[in-house]
Design a protein around this ligand. Sequence first.
Ligand SMILES: Cc1cc2nc3c(=O)[nH]c(=O)nc-3n(C[C@H](O)[C@H](O)[C@H](O)COP(=O)(O)OP(=O)(O)OC[C@H]3O[C@@H](n4cnc5c(N)ncnc54)[C@H](O)[C@@H]3O)c2cc1C
Length: 427
Amino acid sequence: MANHLRVPKSNLPRVVIVGGGFGGLRLAKKLAKRNFQVVVLDKNNYHAFPPLLYQVATAGLDASSIATPFRKIFEGQKNITFRMAEVLEVQTESNRVITNVGDLDYHYLVIATGSTTNFFGMQDVQAHSMPMKSIPESLDLRSMLLQNFEKAVNLDHRSDEQESLIDMVVIGGGPTGLEMAGALAELRNHVLPDDYSEIDFGQMDIYLVEMGSRLLPPMSEVASAKAKEFLEEMGVVVWLNTALVSYDGYKAVFNNGKTILTTCLIYAAGVAGCVPSGFAQELIVRGRRLPVDAKLRVRGHNNIFAIGDVCAFAPVEGKPPLPMVAPVAIQMGSYLANYFEAGAPDNFPGFSYHDKGSMATIGKHRAVVDMHRWKTQGVFAWFIWMFVHLMSLVGFGSRVLVLLTWGQSYLSSDKRFRLIIRPFKKK
Ligand SMILES: Cc1cc2nc3c(=O)[nH]c(=O)nc-3n(C[C@H](O)[C@H](O)[C@H](O)COP(=O)(O)OP(=O)(O)OC[C@H]3O[C@@H](n4cnc5c(N)ncnc54)[C@H](O)[C@@H]3O)c2cc1C
């Protein structure tokens, strides 16, 4: 007999939201106290804040300061039910989702499952590199970095084996790759030499490799150039127009004919939507995303919606879809709440995205910010970056924790979470 998820009995129409990330959470919060029974399903019991994952991976923040339990977030919201459940399949004909802990029927289904790393079929890279899309992955990376230094300290200076443990390669010149490379440089320049005084950190190389002709491709040329300048000032070697060809866990080979010996290759170059099974394969478009209409309905389905990274919404027919960034997911969540609340009428205006700009930080005191025509780089941009990220965290407690940690590391140039709590073992 099928195992049903136990949710409270209700006569209200049931909205099932799969994924409590930026999009799903915004939608659920906006439907609080409205005439819907909202069921949020997430495979984790917490909402995570991916833009600060790189700080967890580089020992600058504790994982718990960028994650909030769903049960805390939805405390006191009578029409919202949370279940920790991974959706395995959507049965579109019978309006039912199948999860690892039981199945559940819906009136409206919202797919807000976000995205995962896209290795573009490079199986060797997938097997050996370190992705950084989730809290467990960033904790693995933190453990691995520190374990490498613990091993390197026992090896001959400048031996290939030692260099392969301390040299690091970041693939992908988008905000994640750039922020990661900057944070690694800070570790090397200010923190690790005190911990491992036997290692010659003059020998430690950090590479940032980008296939395109500039860093931060979606941002302005001035932001790209300044970001590269900032990284190089910090001692990061930036390779543009360079693609990773293969990686066996020790040797990374590039299309410029060069090789780098490294056991730590961080892959931040591609994303693909997390589409649960049950949708026709021919429906899924480039980047493994679900195409939606102006009301964010998955093509061919009247009561199934997709928001955030997993959905491909092109504001202009035939043009590229909106990027996989947090503001898109949040605005889609808000839109859908308004649409449901209005009774999902046919004449409801379609979704439109208001782009407020983008930003990236490169270590202490350095950031680049593009806000339409207004662009700034350097210390002021860094303050804007900090303020925006702090205010975007969910919950007052997280904001206070992050602010205090940032304050402490600003004053001491320290990154205090250099802990191998869960040792990383390569599969
Ligand atoms: C390292 C990193 C840095 C980033 N930096 C920035 C930045 O600076 N600025 C910016 O705008 N964007 C940034 N992004 C992108 C941004 O995080 C995403 O665009 C945003 O999170 C998308 O929101 P979402 O709601 O679509 O998905 P997510 O926020 O990814 O949420 C998806 C949720 O779905 C759950 N889930 C997935 N599959 C299932 C399933 N089968 N069953 C149940 N639950 C499931 C997950 O556990 C997760 O909670 C960054 C992303 C990463 C990885």
